[in-house]
Design a protein around this ligand. Structure first.
Ligand code: AMP
Ligand code: ZN
Length: 140
């Protein structure tokens, strides 16, 4: 629990949230400023900023709840699909420093794009560099 974290305050019940699901280690509530009807945030109950900061139990709890909720949200708002994503760190656009997964319902013709648009300009990467990157990740 972090005293000045808005999501910790929702977990503690100190500020209201439209909670849609809760498990021992995770909580889900509607985004207060939704990108689409049904836009939901799934968070670990513990305060951690980045996905990699979660314990494997918390990580499982969060992604299990995403898995459970996605079809329920789709059904509730009549969506055709979802974009599911995490702004993992300030340079990726994270504004609330408590890790959270966005489940954003998508509708045919909603004017949005695929998650690829989040990454900005596409780099020109050679096959050799792709090999080096793959080796660097797998050897880490
Ligand atoms: P991010 O940019 O990934 O950190 O997204 C933070 C999200 O939290 C935004 O979509 C906000 O609309 C949402 N948000 C901020 N404060 C609250 C709140 N009190 N209750 C629900 N959602 C919130
Ligand atoms: Zn927090």
């Amino acid at each position: 629990m972090s005293d000045d974290c808005i999501f910790c305050s929702i977990v503690a019940g100190d500020i209201p949230g439209r909670i849609v699901a809760e498990t021992d280690d995770a909580l889900a509530f509607l985004d207060a400023n939704p990108m689409a009807r049904g836009h939901t945030l799934v968070i670990p109950k513990g305060h951690h900023q980045r996905v990699a900061d979660l314990s494997s139990e918390e990580s499982r709890a969060v992604f299990d709840l995403v898995h459970d909720l996605a079809p329920r949200i789709e059904h509730a708002v009549g969506a055709d699909a979802h974009t599911i994503g995490v702004n993992d760190g300030p340079d990726a656009g994270q504004e609330v420093p408590h890790a959270h997964v966005h489940i954003i319902p998508r509708f045919e013709g909603d004017g949005g794009g695929p998650i690829h648009v989040a990454a900005g300009e596409r780099p020109d990467v050679s096959d050799e560099e792709l090999d080096d990157i793959a080796a660097g990740i797998s050897e880490d």
